[in-house]
Structures are given as structure tokens and as C-alpha cells.
Design a protein around this ligand. Structure first.
Ligand code: WAQ
Ligand code: MG
Length: 252
């Protein structure tokens, strides 16, 4: 059986995250032993040459994973919609989620939160019933890791479905597919990279790309996972997102 490693990176500026440093970037992969060196080099480059600033703290974690725990899931269906400017983002979100159980006020307040968030390095988990945050560490949020594309599947899939390949997009689709498979009703994401204004939402197995999600040059962004806390066990949900190894596409 093939051996796999989980590789995780998080970087910050002005000290470590735990000591109040500002989040710069993060990355997570599942790789074979021969890919370890190139993967970690790429991650260090990402942390030290980032548009959010140059990191002075980098945490790199490498752990072997149990092959028997690996799960395989399919990617979400990618859709494109038009959003002329950040002024119309709320309207677009509302239209796309009209059949969802998420109250509009809650949706809008969390959208306002993600486009101003500069602290959280993970995602906020929100219960659609109470509107409360369910993840325990407010500054950290939940960081989804232990996921990656199955390489062969990704090559075929991206040629068919993505047209021009975009690494950031492929990473976001992989993450969102794991998040959806965990039982999330809807995810909303906006990049915190100042130059990248395209965000997305996921709902009912769709990954809906939203251009102009935020104002250009804004260094804020974040992620929200809407869940029904009456229907799932939050500890199990977070445990799955943070530790279960998941490949997108392919079969064992
Ligand atoms: N787990 C949970 N939350 C995360 C993770 C993770 N592994 N990585 C990032 N976040 C949160 C964190 O709060 C970041 O500030 C925020 O998400 C944005 O992360 O089709 O690049 O990596 O072109 O800046 C969408 C692309 C890109 C859509 C999203 O997000 C498309 C992106 P970023
Ligand atoms: Mg970022």
C-alpha cells in the first residue's frame, strides 16, 4: 500500500498566530514521500512571497497518515455566475440561496463579517438555528486539512471542467468538496489576498463562483460554514474536517 503524508503550513507576520501575529497564508496537501521536498519548498515560498506581506513565522507540519482511513469523494459541480460589483454581492448570495434554510439576516451578517475579517485563519462554523458560532477557538476557527486531489482524476477533470487551469481555484474546489461532504449546508468564502476578489459559495453539491465578492485591494477575507447543529454532531464534524484524509476523485 502507498505511503502518504499530510503536509500543513501556516504563516504569520509579527510573531506566531498564538502570540497575536497576523495571518499571512496557509496550505494543506496529501503527498507521497518523494513529493515531500518539493511540496514543502513550494509552501515556504508561498509564505515568504505573499501579497499579504512577508511572513516571519512559519509552521510546517508533516505527519504520516493511515492508508486504511483514506476516503474518496467526488468534487462539487462548478458553476459560474455574473456579479458586476461588490455592491451586488448580497443580492447574488440571496438569489442563489433562496431555497436554503439560512435566514437572510444571518447570511448578510456573516457576509459582512467575512469581508472584514483579518484575524481568523480558519473558518467559522455557524448554526443556522441559533446563528451562534459552534467552533471553540474564535481567533483560529476550523482549519480544514488532510485533503487533496487524486492526481489522475484532477488532470482529466480540470481539462474537461476548468478550461484554463488555475491552482488557487483547484485548491478551493478540493477544500469545498470536503467541507460539503462533512454535512455543511452552505459555505461562503472570500479570499483575504488583496488582489483576488473572486469568492464562492457552495450549496446542494454546487460550487458557485462569485466574481467581485469584495472590493479590490482589501486585505480582508474569510470562510463560513453553515450547519444545522440539531442534525449533526459538531465535534465529529470538526474532527472529520481536521483529521480524516480525503482524496477528491478516484477510487482506492
Ligand atoms: N480551512 C479553513 N479555512 C481556511 C483554510 C482552511 N484550510 N484556508 C483558508 N481559510 C480561510 C481563512 O480565514 C482565510 O483568510 C480565508 O479562508 C481565505 O483563504 O474559482 O484563495 O486561501 O477562483 O485566501 C477562491 C477561488 C479562492 C474561487 C479562495 O482563499 C475561484 C482563497 P484564501
Ligand atoms: Mg489567502
Amino acid at each position: 500500500m502507498k505511503k502518504w503524508y499530510s503536509v500543513r503550513m501556516r504563516s504569520s507576520k509579527g510573531g506566531s498566530h498564538e502570540n497575536g501575529g497576523q495571518h499571512i497564508s496557509g496550505a494543506e496537501r496529501l503527498v507521497t514521500p518523494v513529493e515531500l521536498e518539493t511540496t514543502t519548498t513550494e509552501m515556504i515560498r508561498r509564505a515568504t512571497m505573499h501579497t499579504r506581506g512577508e511572513a516571519d513565522f512559519i509552521s510546517l507540519k508533516i505527519e504520516s497518515i493511515q492508508p486504511s482511513e483514506i476516503q474518496y469523494i467526488l468534487p462539487l459541480c462548478v458553476k459560474e455566475i455574473i456579479n458586476e460589483s461588490h455592491h451586488t454581492t448580497k443580492k447574488v448570495l440571496q438569489e442563489q440561496l433562496v431555497s436554503s434554510p439560512i435566514p437572510q439576516e444571518l447570511l448578510f451578517s456573516l457576509y459582512d463579517w467575512i469581508i472584514q475579517d483579518n484575524v481568523t485563519r480558519g473558518a467559522a462554523v455557524i448554526d443556522i438555528n441559533s446563528g451562534k458560532r459552534m467552533d471553540p477557538m474564535i481567533d483560529r476557527g476550523v482549519r480544514v486539512s488532510h485533503f487533496d486531489w487524486d492526481k489522475e482524476f484532477k488532470d482529466k477533470w480540470s481539462t474537461e471542467k476548468l478550461g484554463v487551469y488555475n491552482e488557487r481555484r483547484a485548491e478551493a474546489i478540493a477544500l469545498a468538496s470536503k467541507v460539503a461532504a462533512a454535512g455543511t449546508i452552505c459555505e461562503i468564502c472570500c479570499s483575504d489576498d488583496p488582489e483576488y476578489t473572486t469568492g464562492y459559495l457552495t450549496y446542494q453539491h454546487n460550487f458557485i463562483r462569485i466574481p467581485n465578492m469584495k472590493q479590490k485591494n482589501s486585505p480582508y477575507g474569510g470562510r463560513v460554514f453553515f450547519v444545522d447543529a440539531k442534525k449533526l454532531d459538531i465535534d465529529e464534524y470538526i474532527h472529520y474536517l481536521e483529521t480524516t484524509p480525503v482524496f477528491i476523485g478516484g477510487i482506492s
